[in-house]
Design a protein around this ligand. Structure first.
Ligand code: SF4
Length: 458
């Protein structure tokens, strides 16, 4: 260990750009054994591991790095799965630069440990040898209904099943996984990886009801009567509107709809909605990871030009650095410091975005720089397809009222330590905290499940 002077930080290899633009396969290779060992060997085993604090799941990172460095992969696998419901997924999709790796003590000079890449390696290497997550089978008479099959729902189901509690999961879509399936494109997360986790949950005894919308296909009162607890994990899936003139035009898409139409087509070969990006000029308004997903998807769909319009500068973009780098490599053009004024549209068809140039004010003490519009700076950015990637809000399905669930001023479920205003109902993840990361949703699902276990088995 402590070999950070001998080995430099290495990121996983990426597939050649020209190759990766031809398909939706994952861009990053998984570390092979020797590389994972060397990178784990760089860990200083800090007395107070900041990486552990930087990880929302508080994973035992130095412990599994040590076991990987000292060639004890079974223990590394066990430790890595202990705190996380799906480490091989989060190792792929977490924005490590602002979480565990951003907090790593080596990040200030020598280069953080490649934590995410080692995490993915540990599980993939173990799966290749036939190891899989352990479940005891259903040993309790207690049953929980989990509504939503995204990161928070999968996590809650995993930790309930680990204690032998029966779980039935309800998903309104045709394929389970929520954001992991329809939100995040395959070049970041292979859908077979998500399916594999569901296969194990089903093997562990979970029941999965697909194409099942609460309030339509099954009534919430039925669940309230038939289950001991309900876990609400319905996410925050409502795309935020821009309130710009012209945004209702037929070729203006909300980011999640844009991604979902294309992913559905990739799954089934068809999609009920038509969207043809080939030979089109695409502009995406927004600068987060979802915007990057839309941009990189557009490049793969054969757009003639793909531009990201963002109102601040590059340093202030909210998305993960590695996603910005990958987008640039793949040919995305970034237009910084521009703010949309309106969408030009005729006969319900948008043709351009009117933009004003911006500059950032001097930073106020402790505050974020303000955006100032530069007078007389407006210009037009032509577009055949416009995607709004401005974040997500909480949905408020009717069944929340039937359950007497209180919400906050943003429409998110109000909880005290995952408990809602209905004693039988718990909630966590995006529908409770507002749109955030898959890893925070996973942490909520785990912690809420632990609370349910404690109360159900008391
Ligand atoms: Fe880092 Fe995410 Fe893994 Fe935590 S779950 S160790 S933040 S990659």
């Amino acid at each position: 260990m402590i070999n950070f002077t001998k080995f430099e930080r290495i990121n996983p290899e990426k597939r050649d750009v020209l190759q990766r633009l031809k398909d939706y396969d994952e861009v990053y290779e998984v570390f092979e054994k020797q590389r994972a060992k060397e990178q784990s060997d760089r860990c200083m085993q800090c007395g107070i591991p900041y990486c552990h604090t930087g990880c929302p799941l508080h994973n035992f990172i130095p412990s599994w790095l040590k076991q990987t460095a000292t060639k004890n992969p079974d223990l590394a696998f066990a430790l890595s799965n202990e705190t996380s419901p799906f480490p091989e997924i989060l190792g792929r999709i977490c924005p490590q630069d602002v979480l565990c790796e951003g907090a790593c003590s080596l990040n200030t000079g020598h280069g953080a440990i490649s934590i995410g890449a080692v995490e993915t390696h540990i599980s993939e290497e173990a799966f290749a040898r036939g190891l899989k997550p352990k479940f005891p089978g259903i040993t309790s008479t207690k049953k929980v209904a989990v509504i939503g099959s995204g990161p928070s729902g999968i996590s809650a189901a995993t930790f309930l099943l680990r204690k032998g509690i029966g779980v039935t999961m309800y998903e309104r879509d045709d394929i389970a996984g929520g954001l992991l399936t329809y939100g995040i494109p395959g070049f970041k997360l292979d859908k077979a990886v998500v399916r594999r986790r569901f296969d194990w949950l089903l093997e562990a005894g979970m029941k999965l009801e697909l194409n099942c919308e609460i309030g339509k296909d099954v009534q919430i009162k039925e669940l309230e009567e038939n289950f001991d607890s309900i876990y609400l994990a319905i996410g925050a899936t409502k795309g935020r509107k821009s309130n710009l003139e012209g945004e209702e035009s037929s070729n203006v898409y909300m980011a999640i709809d844009f991604l979902k139409i294309i992913q559905k087509r990739n799954f089934n070969g068809t999609s009920e909605a038509t969207l043809n990006v080939k030979d089109k000029k695409v502009v995406v308004i927004g600068g987060g990871d979802t915007a990057m997903d839309c941009l990189r998807t557009s490049v793969r769909e054969g757009a003639t030009s793909v531009k990201c319009l963002y109102r601040r500068d590059e340093a202030n973009m909210p998305g993960s650095r590695k996603e910005v780098v990958n987008s640039k490599e793949e040919g995305v053009e970034f237009v910084f410091n521009v703010s949309p004024v309106k969408i030009l549209s005729k006969d319900n068809l948008a043709s351009a975005v009117e933009l004003e140039k911006t500059q950032l004010s001097d930073a106020k003490e402790g505050g974020r720089q303000k955006i100032e519009i530069i007078p007389d700076s407006s210009y037009l950015e032509d577009a055949d397809i416009i995607v709004l990637a401005l974040g997500f809000s909480c949905e408020e399905p009717k069944f929340l009222d039937e359950l007497n669930i209180s919400r906050d001023e943003w429409g998110c479920v109000e909880t005290t330590l995952f408990k809602t205003s209905n004693a039988k109902v718990y909630s966590g993840g995006d529908c409770q905290r507002g749109a955030h990361l898959a890893v925070t949703a996973a942490a909520d699902g785990r912690d809420a499940a632990k609370l349910m276990v404690k109360e159900l088995l008391a």
